[in-house]
Design a protein around this ligand. Structure first.
Ligand code: AMP
Ligand code: MN
Ligand code: MN
Length: 319
């Protein structure tokens, strides 16, 4: 935690970058956009940069149209705020290559696996979403919580807490969410775009994923997988996969749910969720990943079959 006013720290810098993790989700997008708008009120100008375009369903968020891709990074920039990233590699590209002059790194995050890589680290592992931390930060800066900011931060909270179902949901989360509604967060629009907006492709992906549903360790492990062939045949993009892991997780008696996605030949992205006792952050760390105790991820460089074998083997030992 740091007590310095972020606005004071950033005041000397003309332009600040806000970066988030690759395959952006509701928390990192909402947090970045809310922070950018709050800082702007204080005369601090930022560029929000993400490795890939955001999923279409988040495009209703005010300010999302201004999110940039790494190609358009300003090479002169010296200060950067990482949002919702447990380490610098999570952004998915080499920052030093694009911005060699960076000399101020601020790290705002809630992952237990956070490596405290910044010059200033605002890491609260009790926060259900990075959006909670941003909200408190904006209040401390005495920024006005506009309806647009409230909408961005409410999106962060509601997505990372699984609509306030996951165990990371605390009374603070709910109090902050209530505050954000009072500040004008557009709950109906959020609901419509995020949960009532499935495309036919989403449903076809769900069908394929459920088709792969398998079990291990006396049904305490449930997993699904999608091969590159399947993904290509369905003509899907990154955004069609969110929430799939909730299906194996929702099964009675399952402790660990795993989703294997072959993203390139010999590259498999693995998502973990647990319910009661398995620390999936530690599990993901075995393969160089991380995250939270109940939700984590990693990427393996091997075939889909090998990834499934290796990951099941390690998971079985912890169940
Ligand atoms: P996902 O399964 O991609 O939804 O990710 C679950 C949680 O783990 C999120 O908080 C991610 O930020 C984190 N996570 C996913 N993949 C990785 C990784 N390769 N390294 C570190 N954290 C990760
Ligand atoms: Mn995230
Ligand atoms: Mn998050």
């Amino acid at each position: 935690m740091f007590d310095e006013n972020i606005a004071t720290i950033l005041a000397p810098y003309k332009k600040i970058l806000i970066l988030t993790h690759e395959m952006p989700d509701g928390d990192c997008i909402g947090s970045a956009l809310g922070l950018a708008q709050g800082l702007k009120q204080k005369g601090i100008y930022t560029d929000v940069v993400m490795k890939t375009p955001i999923p279409e369903k988040y495009s209703f968020l005010p300010g999302s149209e201004e999110i940039l891709l790494p190609d358009s990074l300003n090479k002169q920039v010296e200060a950067v705020i990482f949002v919702d990233c447990s380490d610098m590699e999570r952004i998915g590209f080499n920052l030093k290559e694009f911005c060699p002059k960076i000399n101020m790194i601020i790290n705002i995050d809630h992952h237990v696996s956070n490596t405290h890589f910044g010059h200033f680290n605002l890491v609260d592992t009790q926060a259900a979403a990075t959006g909670e931390i941003i909200y408190k930060l904006l209040l401390k800066m005495e920024a006005e919580i506009t309806p647009d900011i409230a909408t961005a931060l409410y999106t962060a909270l509601v997505t990372d807490s699984g609509s306030f179902q996951y165990d990371n949901t605390t009374s603070t989360t709910l109090k902050l969410a209530a505050d954000l509604l009072d500040y004008g967060a557009n709950r109906k629009t959020i609901k419509k775009y995020i949960w009532e907006n499935s495309s036919l492709t989403d449903i076809n992906v769900l069908k394929a994923a459920l088709n792969s549903l398998s079990f291990s360790a006396e049904n305490k492990i449930a997993y699904i997988y999608l091969s590159l062939n399947t993904i290509n045949s369905l003509q899907v993009s990154d955004e069609n996969f969110e929430g799939l892991i909730n299906y194996p997780r929702s099964i009675a008696g399952v402790e660990v749910a795993i989703f294997f996605k072959e993203i390139e030949p010999q590259v498999v992205k693995v998502s973990f969720r647990s319910k009661e006792y398995v620390d999936v952050n530690q599990l993901a760390a075995v393969f160089g990943g991380g995250g939270h105790v109940r939700a984590a991820g990693c990427t393996l460089s091997c075939s889909l079959d090998d990834a499934i074998k290796q990951v099941l083997n390690v998971t079985q030992q912890r169940i």
